[in-house]
Design a protein around this ligand. Structure first.
Ligand code: FES
Length: 176
């Protein structure tokens, strides 16, 4: 389990709790656990895009389930982060079709350009690179996810432009 020793401030604001309760209300009263995935997304979005163990425990308490049931989900899906991550997370698909279209060279190029290794944020916390499994956009290989959006048919020139746009604040990360 890739957990962080960094302390995370937990802010279960009224607005966040209202949103969580609304999500829970979509399921039968004795099946609160069914809301786990959307609740984790909401809670992560409200906490700088990561979920400490303490925060995962809080989610378990709200949904009246065991903490291990939350840990199992958080450790399985790469969209949940167990430590603070770079603001601009370049998530390159590393499955065969993207590999055949040169994604590994592009990852190396990106890491070199940013001066980082895979899985290590830049010292200013702005950028990070990681590899993920197939993102279901194989026909647009090589591709990656940046925030909520896919970046497709990647080339070194596109990577250069994306990094420049991130630095200039021109990249939108979320679709809501
Ligand atoms: S192999 Fe890369 S999106 Fe499917």
């Amino acid at each position: 389990m890739e957990k962080s020793h960094i302390k995370q401030e937990i802010h279960m604001t009224e607005a966040l709790m209202n949103r969580i309760n609304e999500l829970i209300s979509h399921y039968p009263a004795d099946k609160k656990k069914s809301a786990l995935l959307p609740v984790l997304h909401e809670v992560q979005d409200a906490h700088d895009n990561w979920l400490s163990v303490e925060l995962q425990n809080k989610v378990a308490e709200i949904l009246e389930i065991k903490p291990i049931e939350v840990y199992e989900v958080v450790t399985f899906y790469t969209m949940f982060n167990q430590r603070p991550i770079g603001k601009y997370m370049f998530e390159f698909c590393q499955t065969s079709p993207c590999c055949q279209r040169g994604v590994e060279d592009l990852m190396d190029y990106t890491c070199e350009k940013l001066g980082v290794k895979v899985g290590e944020p830049t010292p200013d916390g702005q950028f990070e690179v990681r590899g993920v499994e197939c993102l279901g956009a194989c026909g647009y290989a090589p591709m990656m996810q940046l925030g909520d959006f896919y970046q497709e048919h990647l080339t070194k020139e596109k990577i250069d432009q994306l990094i420049a746009d991130c630095k200039d604040g021109k990249i939108t990360l979320h679709d809501k």
